[in-house]
Design a protein around this ligand. Sequence first.
Ligand SMILES: [Zn+2]
Length: 1031
Amino acid sequence: MYHQPVLKNRRTLLERAEKFISDVYFTDCNLRGRLYGATFPVRSLSVFSTPNRIPFSEAEQQIFQPAKVGDGYGLTWWTCWFKVCLSIPDEWHGKEVHFLWESDGEGMVWCDGQPVQGLTKEGSKTSYVLSRSLKENETHNITLYVELACNGLFGAGKGSMIAPPDPDRKFFVQKAELAVFNSTVNDLLVDFEMLIDTVKLLGENDQRGYQALYVANEMVNVCDVKNPNTFSAARKLAKKFFSEKNGDSQHTVHAMGHCHIDTAWLWPYEETVRKCARSWVTAIRLMEENPSFIFTCSQAQQFAWVKNWYPGLYSRIQHFVRRQQFVPVGGTWVEMDGNLPSGESMVRQFLEGQRFFHQEFGKYCTEFWLPDTFGYSAQLPQIMQNCGITRFLTQKLSWNLVNTFPHNTFFWEGIDGSKVLTHFPPGNSYEMKCKVEDLLNTVRNNKDKGRANHSALLFGFGDGGGGPTQGMLDRLERVMDTDGLPRVQISSPDKLFTALEANTSLLCSWTGELFLELHNGTYTTQAQIKLGNRQCETLLHDIEVASTLALIRDKNFLYPLDRLHHLWRLLLLNQFHDVIPGSCIKLVVEDAIKYYNEIRNTGSALLKEALQALLPHNLEKSCHVVFNSMPWERTEVISVPGGSAEPLLALVKVPSIGIASVEESVEPGCSVTVSTQADDSVILDNGILRLIVNRNGCVISLCLIDSNREAILNGCSGNQFVIFDDIPLYWDAWDVMDYHLQTRKPVTEIIEPVRIESSGGLRGSVTFSLRIGEASKLFQEIILDAQCPYVKFRTKVDWKEAHKFLKVEFPVQVHSANATYEIQFGHLQRPTHWNTSWDWARFEVWGHKWADVSEHGFGVALLNDCKYGYSVHRNTLTLSLLRAPKSPDATADIGWHEFTYAVMPHQGSFQEAGVIQCAYNMNFPLHCVPTRKSPSQAVSWSAFSVDCPAVILETIKQAEDQKDAVVLRLYESHGSTVSTMLRTTLTVKAAYYCDLLERPDTSHPVASAPASEFSLTFRPFQITSLLLVLQ
Ligand SMILES: [Zn+2]
């Protein structure tokens, strides 16, 4: 049958077939050279360039200048609109006609005023099909527009991808012409490619590979490239090979089209709007041609952008969503960072996302989709479960620098015991190309062989590359069920997980966080973004609490629902996985800061309105009212705003979720004393803590007075600033490497030695300043307030470093193998030793408002108001303060910074000592509001209280869909099973448990008659939401 090979030589046969389809060698006589037939120049090409991103309707009106192929256009971030006039030659009747466009940058074709397809060389999209078979009566004269964004798929880095953008780059047009496309040649090329790859990848030990080799060789024999009539015989040979089927047990690869689009990264948010449109319209076009093609698409924000800017495209997307080809997935507003957003922020990612998907497409997502984030909080499984999601897909842990994660398909168990079925596509990429290699890797890399027989393969160019290509679909079509290769099906997340759920009996579990052993610098980089996130989370919390109470106290008050939605969405947007981590270019940082400032400005006004509305209306004289948004009574020193230059301090006692007047302030049981020693060190003492600060600002003693327990390790100093060389291997803004620890240098150069700032009474404090490196300075005030169990370190830094890392250390007299870190709605422990590779790979970790190291009966906590990077090694608690990477933002973190941290030695466990509450108090300061009138009666009022200290009532907001209802969110914070009473002074008509999407469970009311007390029970770290219907 086949020609007998002259030589029994695998190599010559294989290379012969490769050369037959090479796009480099022998294109004059091989098959590849026949892919395109005749070509024809464009009739005219003209251009209009603008620094702005403008709509088509505006672009069309402009004056276009003559343009030509070979020229360079634009500057980085500009947009060049090309008007392309085409006349197809008459003799091309019956042929498939393409418009070929090759240029730098990212193109979008517009036809008849609508976007029709992306054209991006980097995403292998360089042709736009004008006609599959040109008819005589079809129009031969066509005008297209190509909107060319002057940036690459990955921005415009100067010299390397992640370098800061080159502002002066030119973007060249290399090709603009008409061409006849030979689709039968294309079909054969795909056949050959798949066969050749099968030969190469199955290798010399696999007989099936040899079968592919001889098929390919015979196909070259029968193909006469000049005679298309010979092609069908070759195709028949290929078809026979591809249709030889697998056995029943073969692994099934679920191929899903995808285009991972970073919501901002090496380009600004505004460009992402266009990246989405370019990519999604390209996917839609593929769906029209391939009715079985399925495209998965995440991030509600991106859908919202396209809805707003491209309504025509959006309605086509809705059509294909109904046909289940365009599959919204993920359920979140953006693919957020998995570490840094607060618990409530995580909830809002899902609440805003799921509500959007439900409203627009009629259903909630059932899978959480976060392929590319730098670690995953151990509280996510519960949050997912509570948002109607039981399945999770990611693959980022394949980037681990040290340890290989042991599973691809497993149950992931969170800190409360909630489990979600989790899948990491074994191909370790979310941008696969459907080559034989991708299919085989998906099976071979699967670490759950024998336990799970289905895997995902996500294919398509990301970041605006337009996602999948026809070529990728063609490859898959060949090998859907071919002996020797995995079985493939075009699939959806739902189909994959349904298949996995059908047999989970052998699956393993992984308990706790999914820690990424890389990118640990992102807990610290771009400190202003971290500060903005923490402050805005706090502000939105307080606005919601105050507005909800105002609603109850003042019948005329309108809850600012729409404005809060807008502000929340800005905050959620900035939590995108390249923005809050600080791994973005300067343009993005500027946008992010602009959004934080909008939240701060609008938010402050909203908070003020709400606070005014909730104050009592029967006041007679002027006074100051203090608002406490925390669910426990607080007694704290506050600054009372007034006319005098000296801040007026007062010690106030404010009930839980309530108000009190400053005039009701309390006397301290014990004043703060401050005294200078002979060696210039200063002793501060508030009856709870006594600390000694030496002349260069170090805390050389910190004593917990009641137990007479020294917290600072013998012979060491706390509040020791240290600086490190911080030069990673590549990912500058992202990575801090283990070896930076070997470059530790204490900061010791004094500018101003310690001196007393506040001399005692309600507050004692000292100030000092230090020089860091050659040009940076640090100013600090160490503050001890009356009745306060922690010492605050209010810090300002003028930071002018390059590739340095600033931290502060507290070596403590505590011996423990584990430290505890706050995470979303709870905490977890990590070792303080470096025994195994899993331990030392966590040399730099993340935490939220506090970290603690305790032995039985005593411990020390380190609190902060805007930092996320920690390390606790042996006895030393370290807080990461500032970095100075140069890529992708050369100016990252240069400038002024203000932040506060605090140290809190305590008796008993951190739970018993109230560390959690103290960290909240430091982050959610009491609000002191001057009012014109003064009380004729007591102002003090509390809306809610909870009697068990383990249970934290964090969120109080108006229900999304019910104006007369309030949603409360509580969680168990100690890691214990407890019961508590929730008390309220509001009149509650009915109370229900609800999920995080605020869907009430009406079958089990917490209380149905008017009630003011609710008995609740909690499992460790359980999050509970209540919907209270008010009278
Ligand atoms: Zn990404």
